[in-house]
Design a protein around this ligand. Structure first.
Ligand code: GDP
Length: 320
C-alpha cells in the first residue's frame, strides 16, 4: 500500500502542543498500520505514562455514553485534559459514522482540551490487542491527564478492553438477574468500580444489593486488597457522578500506593509486545505461504515423507 510520507517529529510536536488534528492524524496512522508507526511510537515513548486510563464497560444501552459525557464534565472542572476513545472491538470498519452516533458526547466536541475519537479495533493484523494500546499511547503522550476508553460493541470483547485500563468502571442498570448476568460474563472480576446507572428506575436498590453480595462472595481476607465499591447514578441527570469520580480517585490512589499500577502496566506492555510479535510472525508466515518451500513441505506431508510437526519446525526456523 502506498502511503503519504509523514514528518513524524513535527507531527508529534504539534500533538504535544495540543493540536487535535495532529492527534487525530497520529491515531489514523495507528489504524492504518502505517509504515511510519514505528517511528511514531519511538518518538512518543518518552512522553507516555502520565495519563490515567479509565475503561468504561457494560451492555449496550446501560448508559456508557451518557456517563462518559458526565464524567468528562466533572474532570474538565478540574482543568484536566481528556481523551475519549470509543472502540468497537467487533468491527473492522473505522469511521466517522460511529462517532456521529455518539451524540451524547456532543457537549464536549468544541472543547479543545477534549479529544474524542472512535476507532474500529478488529484490524486484520492482530486486532484489539494491537491497535487500541497504541491509540491510547498517542492520547497519553499528547498530554491527556485522563483517557476514557469506552466499548461500543457487545460481548466478551468488553473484558478485553477492560484489560487495557488502569481503572475499569463496569456499568449495570436495574433489571432482572443483572448480578447473575454480570457473574456469567466474567464482569465481576474485571470491575474496579461498579456503577448501577438508571437509578431512577425501579429495582436499582435491589441491583446494588445483589451486586454487593456477589462481590462479597469473592472477598479474600488479605489486608490491603481493593474492594470494588458500588455507586448509584442517574447519568442522564448528572446524579452520582461526583461519587463515581471519587471512587475512581480512591482506586487511583490505591493503585499507586500498593504498586499495582506498575504491575498492571507491565503486564499490559508485555501483552502489547506479544501482540506485535505475533502480528509480525503472522505477516511473515503469510509471505512464506506464497513461497515454494512451504508448498514443498506441504507436499511432503501429504506424501508421508515428513510429518506436520517436523515441517513446522523447519518453517519456524525460517521465520526467526
Ligand atoms: P450506552 O449504549 O451504554 O452508551 O448507553 P447510552 O448512554 O447511549 O444510553 C442509552 C439510553 O439510556 C439513552 O436513551 C439515555 O438517555 C438513557 N439513559 C442514560 N442514563 C440514564 C439514566 O440514568 N436514567 C434513565 N432513565 N435513562 C438513562
Amino acid at each position: 500500500m502506498a502511503s503519504r510520507p509523514v514528518d513524524v517529529p513535527a507531527l508529534v510536536q504539534s500533538a504535544r502542543d495540543g493540536s487535535p488534528r495532529a492527534v487525530a492524524r497520529l491515531i489514523s496512522l495507528v489504524e492504518d498500520e502505517h509504515p511510519a508507526l514505528r517511528e511514531v511510537m519511538a518518538a512518543l515513548a518518552p512522553h507516555a505514562g502520565n495519563a490515567h486510563i479509565i475503561g468504561i464497560t457494560g451492555s449496550p444501552g446501560v448508559g456508557k455514553s451518557t456517563s462518559t459525557n458526565a464524567l468528562v464534565a466533572a474532570y474538565r472542572k478540574r482543568g484536566q485534559r481528556i481523551g475519549i476513545l470509543a472502540v468497537d472491538p467487533s468491527s473492522p470498519f473505522s469511521g466517522g459514522a460511529l462517532l456521529g452516533d455518539r451524540v451524547r458526547m456532543q457537549d464536549h466536541v468544541l472543547d479543545p482540551e477534549v479529544y474524542i475519537r472512535s476507532m474500529a479495533s478488529r484490524g486484520h493484523l492482530g486486532g484489539l490487542s494491537w491497535t487500541t494500546p497504541q491509540a491510547l499511547r498517542v492520547l497519553d503522550a499528547a498530554g491527556c491527564d485522563i483517557v476514557l476508553v469506552e466499548t461500543v460493541g457487545v460481548g466478551q470483547s468488553e473484558v478485553e478492553v477492560a484489560g487495557l485500563a488502569d481503572t475499569t468502571v463496569v456499568l449495570l442498570a436495574p433489571g432482572m438477574g443483572d448480578g447473575i448476568q454480570a457473574a456469567k460474563a466474567g464482569i465481576l472480576e474485571i470491575g474496579d468500580v461498579f456503577v448501577v446507572n438508571k437509578a431512577d428506575r425501579d429495582g436499582a436498590d435491589a441491583t446494588v444489593r445483589d451486586l454487593r453480595h456477589m462481590i462479597s462472595l469473592g472477598d479474600r481476607t488479605e489486608p490491603g486488597l481493593w474492594r470494588p465499591p458500588v455507586v448509584k447514578t442517574v447519568a442522564a441527570r448528572n446524579e452520582g457522578i461526583d461519587e463515581v469520580v471519587e471512587a475512581i480517585d480512591k482506586h487511583t490512589d490505591w493503585l499507586a500506593r500498593t504498586g499495582h499500577l506498575r504491575e498492571r502496566r507491565e503486564a499490559r506492555a508485555g501483552d502489547e509486545i506479544e501482540a506485535i510479535v505475533l502480528a509480525a510472525l503472522r505477516r511473515r508466515m503469510g509471505n512464506l505461504r506464497h513461497h515454494d518451500s512451504v508448498d514443498r513441505l506441504a507436499a511432503d506431508v501429504v506424501d508421508g515423507r515428513t510429518d506436520p510437526y517436523a515441517a513446522a519446525d523447519q518453517v519456524l526456523d525460517a521465520l526467526t
